[in-house]
Write a protein that binds this ligand. Structure first.
Ligand SMILES: [Fe+2]
Ligand SMILES: [Fe+2]
Length: 180
């Protein structure tokens, strides 16, 4: 396994999340009742898997390693801005969900920001997948790929957490509102 392949594997899970988020937004717009516990689970997977784990793998090791070759810097700069954009949308989802749980009528903004988040993910993943192909083929050495991969796998608590979050994605995919 290599760092690039680990990030591609993360993206496979994020793509599943993107489909759940998109479906959730569409169902809320139709007026389908979705339990708050499911909506909360979505915000947790976004915050812990996408932001804390996956974006850290990119921002703290993969991007700096690629940039150390003085290459693809403009792409990396844009990705960092997009990560921040994604965090802002995720914060809006959580804030409006909190208001909704407190009895305010916030179903519409929750749906709207969920839809925006799904669009962000799709666009961002498409661009990064191309970037990974280039970084793997033209920039990173085999040793760096292995070293970063081992670093990703070295923290047991994170590997364990990823398993739990993937189980949350499995759970969400199997909820009635997500399946029809
Ligand atoms: Fe990213
Ligand atoms: Fe990514």
């Amino acid at each position: 396994m290599s760092a690039t392949n680990q990030l591609r594997a993360d993206h496979d899970q994020v793509r599943r999340l993107e489909k759940i988020v998109s479906k959730c937004a569409a169902e809320l717009y139709k007026g389908t009742t979705i339990p708050f516990s499911d909506l909360t689970k979505i915000t947790i997977v976004i915050s812990e898997f996408v932001d804390t784990i996956h974006h850290s793998r990119e921002e703290d090791s993969y991007f700096p390693c690629v940039a150390s070759y003085d290459s693809l810097k403009e792409e990396i700069r844009k990705f960092m801005i997009e990560h921040e954009f994604g965090r802002n949308i995720a914060r809006k989802i959580s804030d409006h969900l909190k208001r909704w749980k407190n009895g305010e009528d916030a179903q519409e903004p929750v749906s709207r920001y969920l839809r925006a988040y799904a669009i962000f993910l799709n666009d961002h993943l498409n661009k990064e997948d191309k970037f990974f192909d280039t970084a793997e083929a033209e920039v990173l050495s085999k040793e760096e790929e292995i070293e970063m991969y081992e670093q990703y796998r070295s923290i047991f608590a994170i590997v364990k957490k990823v398993e739990e979050l993937i189980a949350d994605i499995d759970y969400l995919e199997n909820q009635p509102w997500a399946k029809n």
